[in-house]
Design a protein around this ligand. Sequence first.
Ligand code: ACM
Ligand code: ZN
Length: 519
Amino acid sequence: MFITPKPLETELLTGQFVLDENCTVFCTDNLLKSVEFFVDCIRKNTGITLNFVDKLDDAVIYFTAPGTDDMAEDEYIIACADGKLGVTVATEAGCFYAVQSLISMFDINNYEGGVPTCRHCFIKDRPKYGYRALHLDIARHFFGTETIKQIIDLMASFKLNVLHLHLSDDQGFRVQIDRYPLINSISSYRNGTELRDGTIHTDSERYGGYLTKAEVAELVNYAGERHIDIVPELDLPGHIVALLAAYPQYSCVGEGIEVRKKWGISKDLLCAGNDDVYPFICNILDELTEMFPSAYFHLGGDETPKDRWCNCKKCRAKLNELHLDSFAELQTYMFNYFAEYLRGKGKTVLGWNDGFTANTHPDTVCHYWMQKTERQTIKAINNGRKAVMSPFFRMYFDYPYAMTPLKKTYGYKPDKGVKKHAEGNILGVEGTVWTEHIKNTDKLFFNLLPRLAALSECAWGTNRHYGDFKNRVKSLEKVWDGQSLNYNARATANQSVFRRLKTVSLFFKKDADVELKNN
Ligand code: ACM
Ligand code: ZN
């Protein structure tokens, strides 16, 4: 019985349950959506129709939500014995997770005819972390609704519940904003893209696109039906060249900025000393928060060289006016300003950890990624800072498996070094997919699968055993074959250090697709 993430407790019993058209279904009204999801999935994959009945006593399969105090929030219990299958949950999300487990138990996604069966069993399961996330950069390369929905489906199957969309960066702005139309006519397109073919140059092809408001609404709804929250990110004050190309008056230099073709870090930032910048960004935040109802909002804050601010009269004047002693503190001032604006709308704000200083508002969630600051981050967590964990050498899925092996992702223990009293400050774990070198879905799914499965076990808090996990990956590969999704078929194989170093070297110097080509 292959369920990923592996449940907390599984007891196999004698006998088996047969899933056929005699299996009548009962559920309490509040669970109907998830149970319909289950019934639809069975019908689509196997042709078997399960009929609903009005009374629990008449049902073979039943879902109830007594909401007892002794169940954790998203816990579920599956008791399958004597020809009956009962599911008990406290919340609708718990019911959705039970349904995902049932789909795996009956191996519905690998259906090859006949009657699906599963072993009689007792399963008790719940997530350790409430924030089980995947990040997707749609700025460097744009992925539209069809691909994002495929990702949402995969996330749902692994009981992940947050999709963090990196909507804007130096190379593109990927969502419709009505108040500032130049954002979509200028910021959403670039006139060339850096290539890595041994010489590193840019082509001159116009590239871009953006999600319309109708598409965002469709995605938010699709994700919501699968108990996934879409968290938007507007990265600032750096990684914002695309926006400044359309509205250069909000930069320190005022003119001559184009949507960036190259990767790396730009020196151009929002001007912190220009008072007009603040309402401009707030107006954009208004539209973004209207589109994305999530309780969370990500404000970026990473990788901001202060060269432009140092050379800008307005920024220097702002520093003096506020009596700040560094440009890092000026960044904190700006970040806190927008975070406060968002908190006024009921949002919990996240920021990348390298943008944090001692004065970053205590309610801001630290999104830890930069591994050299690990000790500092753990200390902050122990002192009360809430955090989401994406350590670079484990959770950055844009890098080759030769550099970031599956086993390393799988083995991540988010609370290592965190004191018992502070463990609750870790909200969860997030895998990131930056897309400078991911141009198409073949590479996207190759880099993501099977890492997404490993991420799900770190975030769900499974008692991990790599050998056992590897077996489950082999069964998942059959599912992905059936769905025509690319994956790294060698991710679980051992590779010599020599071979890995060679691949990493080729990746950085010559061919970002080296591993994909060798699959
Ligand atoms: C980041 O990788 N720049 C957050
Ligand atoms: Zn400035």
